[in-house]
Design a protein around this ligand. Structure first.
Ligand SMILES: Cc1cc2nc3c(=O)[nH]c(=O)nc-3n(C[C@H](O)[C@H](O)[C@H](O)COP(=O)(O)OP(=O)(O)OC[C@H]3O[C@@H](n4cnc5c(N)ncnc54)[C@H](O)[C@@H]3O)c2cc1C
Length: 490
């Protein structure tokens, strides 16, 4: 190893977390000649937010399921091609919708398509406004959304009251759907000024329910088995010290594990979720993180999005349909998004038909975000089944709609090793805070070479692609590259 650094031995790197960021970082280091790399993972399996579970006839994605940007600009898509996994990525360009209302109407597809364009036009204008900058005060995405909704409604003042209700219901559905993409309680939580920081990758979204675990296995091929320790939660990362090992070598960092083990290291790459950082930042680092970082971690946005899988003996829906939209004609986006735990199911704007049917059987999956997504984790499968059966009977007008034979609800909020689903740029934060979180510790002092004791990766540390698998993977590679450059062993 041709080291720029004055270290006399092979640097010892500990990676905390075996999600796609941690496995990606460890793999790159091992490929580039680092030999002393150890991943410690709290759960009993690697993958983190890309894990799958057995449900019905097959494995279903608890977390990531879509490739956001099916083009070679996306590192996930590059890996898909490289590992010949394209057969696991479906082309969902011709999605068939069936939009139902709580008053048992099936809305005309041309009308719903038109309203879909209105809703996405509103968001596009929010993007444009965000680019204009010049705000003197913090504005949220909701501020602009609601202004635009009012302008749209003013143009429709001649509408019959029923049509107006349907339009408002459709816009509400679309707003709830946006909240799911952002894992938020409401658009009022999201900073308009910073909304443009998230970048879409060309190629559209592709459904890939089983891709991510396969991809993880490919990434793990370069990680020898003994370098991944499972059920090994880190309790505390002690840094900026000098710890002596049994052979007399000195290390600046020590990782204390929940089971009492202590692992010494030259560098630790922390990839745990922003939710866990928020919950544990007082005790996780010793010395504590600098105050401005603690503030940033508290202010950055991290919310919950859950999936609700429902398996049926026989379908009650038309099998050509891909998505069932649920429109409440008594809702309006103008009243804001207050949590409603009593009728939590109102926060499920759409239900996907899980396809291909030959593989998965008759399975529907609903998505939900916000406080209601947290609340649904506390319900029994029987309660969820009953609530959905009532909902579907109401919307179809058919009392014969059967109950599901099994139900599975993901629990990202109560999972102690995620504490939520993914990040967004909240009204209280800025994209610069993301960059701050990604800065290694100790923080760089001008004119001195960085020590890179504690490095940070994970989806919430990627300025442009936070909340995604590609953002997480790129952040892991970024921190690996940082160490590779540090030791000049490219
Ligand atoms: C419901 C849901 C749907 C999603 N859908 C998509 C999608 O369709 N497309 C997409 O691109 N992205 C999607 N995402 C986001 C994507 O899954 C994540 O951005 C990405 O997987 C995060 O990877 P990561 O390595 O940063 O974090 P994680 O996957 O959270 O990995 C961190 C690891 O650290 C471990 N850990 C935590 N604490 C400790 C500790 N103290 N000691 C040791 N280990 C610890 C955790 O167990 C975990 O394995 C979705 C996420 C969710 C939750």
């Amino acid at each position: 190893m041709n080291s720029k650094d004055s270290l006399k031995r092979n640097p010892k790197v500990v990676v905390v977390g075996a999600g796609i960021a941690g496995v990606g970082a460890a793999g790159k280091l091992l490929e580039q000649g680092f030999t002393d790399v150890q991943i410690i993972e709290a759960s009993s399996q690697p993958g983190g937010r890309i894990r799958s579970s057995q449900f019905g006839k097959s494995l279903v994605a608890e977390g990531a399921q879509y490739v956001h940007g099916a083009s070679m600009k996306n590192p996930i898509y590059q890996l898909v091609k490289e590992h010949d996994l394209l057969q696991q990525v479906y082309n969902n360009s011709d999605t068939e919708w069936s939009v139902l209302t709580n008053t048992q109407k099936q809305l005309d597809p041309n009308f719903t398509e038109e309203m879909g364009k209105v809703a996405s036009g509103i968001l596009k204008r929010a993007h444009l406004l965000a680019q204009e900058k010049g705000y003197t005060q913090a504005k949220s995405l909701a501020d602009v959304y609601l202004e635009e909704v009012k302008m749209f409604l003013a143009q429709c003042s001649g509408d019959h009251v029923d049509l107006r209700r349907q339009k408002l219901g459709l816009l509400s559905m679309s707003m709830k759907w946006q909240c799911i993409h952002l894992a938020t309680n409401g658009l009022a939580d999201v900073s308009l000024r910073e909304y443009e920081e998230y970048k879409n990758i060309d190629g559209g979204d592709r459904n890939a329910p089983e891709l991510f675990p396969s991809l993880l296995q490919k990434l793990l091929e370069v990680v020898p088995k003994e370098k991944l320790l499972l059920e090994k939660p880190a309790k505390q990362i002690q840094w900026n010290r000098s710890f002596e090992s049994e052979d007399g070598s000195l290390y600046p960092v020590r990782v204390l594990c929940e089971d009492g083990d202590q692992i010494l290291a030259d560098h630790v790459i922390v990839t745990i979720s922003l939710g866990c950082l928020k919950a544990n930042n007082q005790s996780l680092f010793e010395p504590s993180l600098p105050e401005h970082r603690l503030q940033a971690i508290q202010n950055m946005g991290f919310g919950t999005m859950n999936k609700i899988y429902l398996e049926y003996e026989t379908p009650f829906w038309d099998e050509n349909i891909d998505i069932i939209g649920l429109v409440w004609e008594d809702e309006t986006p103008l009243s804001g998004q207050k949590p409603n735990l009593v009728e939590w199911w109102r926060r499920v704007p759409v239900v996907y038909v899980f396809k291909p049917t030959e593989r998965y059987g008759h399975v529907l999956v609903g998505t939900i975000s916000g406080k209601e997504a947290e609340f649904v984790e506390s319900l029994s499968p029987e309660e969820v089944a009953t609530n959905f059966t009532t909902l579907f009977r109401q919307f179809t007008g058919r009392p014969s709609v059967p109950g599901p034979k099994s139900v599975f609800v993901t629990k990202w909020f109560s999972n102690p090793y995620t504490r939520g689903s993914y990040s967004h740029i909240s009204i209280n934060s800025t994209a610069d805070m993301i960059d701050m979180l990604a800065e290694p510790l100790p923080e760089a002092i001008e004119g001195t070479s960085p020590m890179l004791q504690v490095l940070f990766a994970g989806e919430a540390t990627h300025r442009s692609y936070h909340s995604t698998t590609h953002g997480a993977l790129l952040s892991g590679w970024r921190e690996a590259e940082r160490l590779i450059n540090h030791y000049s062993i490219k």
